[in-house]
Design a protein around this ligand. Sequence first.
Ligand code: AMP
Ligand code: MN
Ligand code: MN
Ligand code: MN
Length: 276
Amino acid sequence: MIFDLHCHSNVSDGALPPAEVARRAARNGVEVWALTDHDQLGGLAQAREAARAEGMHFIDGVEISVTWRGSTVHVLGLRIDPANETLALGLARVRSGRIERAKRMARELEQAGINGTFEGALRHAENPAMVSRTHFARFLADIGAVEDLKDAFRKYLVPGKPGYVPHQWAVLADAVRWICGAGGHAVLAHPGRYGLSAGSMDALLAEFRTAGGEAIEVVTGSHSPEHYRHFGAIATKLRLAASRGSDFHGWREGAEFGTLPALDPALRPVWRDWTL
Ligand code: AMP
Ligand code: MN
Ligand code: MN
Ligand code: MN
């Protein structure tokens, strides 16, 4: 079975509606598919229906934004119950404040000489309450202020560069507990992206595990083959399970469905004991 357990629709910062993402996943050979929008469950019903029409197994998912020791990290919740109230309330709290943050980001970019980014980012955001750095990056690429999305996240929108506004997301242990409380499995998303020292990564994983975290995302769009080996070894050492997902966003970001390698068979996949 081909699993892809991480991607986005335009309910958060993906470019395509949930049903189109489902069709794209199916066309690229995915057999077990999760939609994991940022801090949002709004696309799951549509995604589930489209997945069924495509003959794919569907997994209800979410990717929760967390602030851990001043860094932003992401935690995937897989097989969550979308009707769970504590999870929904927690996510609503995490989502609130994106508009205010976006206004502050726009003011900073204005000071750097780029006007109209708040309105511009909103034009790319199907769901204004979920306006994100991705939407700013798309607008900056549109007007030629940067070459592409990668360039936008090099010159702007990141710590130390114009357009970065620190934000307080969820507390790590809360995010993991919301996921577990909703019957789901918590997976630390793309650990290779955080730029943490080995010591900090150890501390992050220890805290994650203590809270109930089960798995590390090993194979994902932003990881290199070196990351696959490195985080695969860490998963084995810490007896954590491993996960795999493209992080497809549909816009020159994340991998295309069906292009990443399988998990190393020596790893324990997070889905090992799931009945589909
Ligand atoms: P936000 O939640 O508003 O801080 O936006 C975070 C999103 O920005 C992530 O989910 C990614 O989709 C995107 N992102 C962050 N860093 C990069 C990067 N270096 N290249 C491309 N996209 C990025
Ligand atoms: Mn994203
Ligand atoms: Mn992420
Ligand atoms: Mn993601």
